[in-house]
Design a protein around this ligand. Structure first.
Ligand code: ZN
Length: 183
């Protein structure tokens, strides 16, 4: 995406790779050499060129610019790496965080709602199964058909909408079943 790309470019232009290395806890000596963050070594073969704004490791061959460095060390994509550099170095580039955060919140709420629904679905299914066995054992046939219907038509073969309808209109059944088991 064009905007994504331009934000990353902006970070690359504004951020000093030495500061990025510092943010990433990469220790460098005065010659800007240090132990490579990408491979195990005892003598430094990793170095940064402030002039070219790139890093290079002569041990493992890793090389790139400031965003690539952050992306690799933090194990995130370039956009996320650029965003984190922007925050850490206070570059002041507008990443539209408000909109992003709102989208993340929306997404999280959706996931949470789905998880809660699935939890309810599982619990209710198990409860109704146990209730069905209980009714059969006690020869309470008047309710067996009804419970069997819910289990088959709603929980086993029903759509999400069927389940939501059950949740809205058949709370009495669930309440009755759970009351008999919680005694
Ligand atoms: Zn290396």
């Amino acid at each position: 995406m064009a905007t994504f790309h331009s934000k990353i470019q902006e970070v690359k232009t504004k951020a000093d790779i030495l500061q990025v290395a510092q943010f990433l806890n990469i220790k460098l000596d005065r010659a800007n050499k240090g132990l490579c963050p990408f491979h195990r070594e005892k003598t430094p073969s990793f170095s940064i060129s402030p002039k070219k704004q790139i890093y290079k490791c002569f041990g493992c061959g890793e090389a790139g610019d400031s965003v690539a460095l952050a992306s690799k060390v933090l194990d995130v994509n370039s956009y996320e790496a650029a965003k984190q550099i922007n925050d850490a170095l206070h570059l002041g580039i507008d990443f539209g965080t408000k909109i992003n955060r709102w989208a993340v919140t929306q997404y999280k709420q959706k996931v949470k709602a789905r998880e809660e629904f699935e939890k309810w679905e599982n619990e209710t299914f198990i409860l109704l199964c146990s209730y069905l066995h209980f009714l059969e054992d006690n020869d309470e046939h008047y309710e067996v058909e009804e419970i069997r219907y819910y289990l088959d038509e709603v929980f086993l073969y029903g759509s999400t909408e069927d389940k939501l309808n059950f949740w809205k209109h058949n709370r009495g059944v669930v309440k009755r079943a759970s009351e008999r088991f919680n005694k």
